[in-house]
Design a protein around this ligand. Structure first.
Ligand code: MG
Ligand code: ZN
Length: 173
């Protein structure tokens, strides 16, 4: 069994912009590469789990999402970081009905765990919304981080609320 670092995409890897799908709108968040390097060196695999209801809303297509993902993975490889897998939920309950993959449901994490033999209890999730944290808890994770640059969120089920990504791993014992 292997440990995973689960990352939400929008608001964790890239600056949150509504229904982003264009490469030119994608801006990496400060510290994301260093954080990924740190956990890769500890032996964690990195898995992206992202809600993409813009697909259900027909703001962009599966292939738009795929093109952006291909580009994003290349940018990670330029920093010598391998992302093991990317899971996305293209649904929205009011358009496509309930699904098991849309966070806070744990479907994407459970699917990843099965495929990659992940030790969920010893894995980590980082998200910028409470539903990311809940998805992690629903999958049996114990270590969860809510990344909130705005410093507006004061309450969360997360292990810790952090204001920048470095706080997660620097000074970690
Ligand atoms: Mg997000
Ligand atoms: Zn879904």
């Amino acid at each position: 069994m292997i440990k995973a670092l689960f990352l939400d995409r929008d608001g964790v890897i890239n600056i949150e912009k509504d229904y982003l799908y264009k490469i030119e709108d994608f801006e990496f968040i400060d510290g994301i590469f260093d954080l990924c390097k740190y956990y890769r060196e500890l032996g964690y695999i990195i898995v992206v789990v992202t809600n993409q209801s813009g697909i259900a809303r027909e703001y962009y297509s599966h292939s738009d999402f795929d093109s952006l993902t291909t580009w994003m993975l290349q940018e990670f490889s330029k920093h010598s970081i391998s992302i093991k897998d990317v899971y996305y939920c293209p649904h929205h309950p009011s358009i496509t009905g309930e699904c098991s993959c849309r966070k806070p449901n744990p479907g994407m994490l459970l699917k990843a765990a099965k495929k990659h033999n992940i030790d969920l209890a010893n894995s980590i999730i980082i998200g910028d919304k409470e539903r990311d944290i809940e998805a992690g808890l629903n999958a049996g994770l114990e270590e969860t981080y809510l990344f909130d640059e705005s410093a507006l969120i004061i309450e969360s089920k997360a292990t810790k609320i952090v204001r920048n990504l470095d706080e997660i791993w620097k000074n970690r014992c």
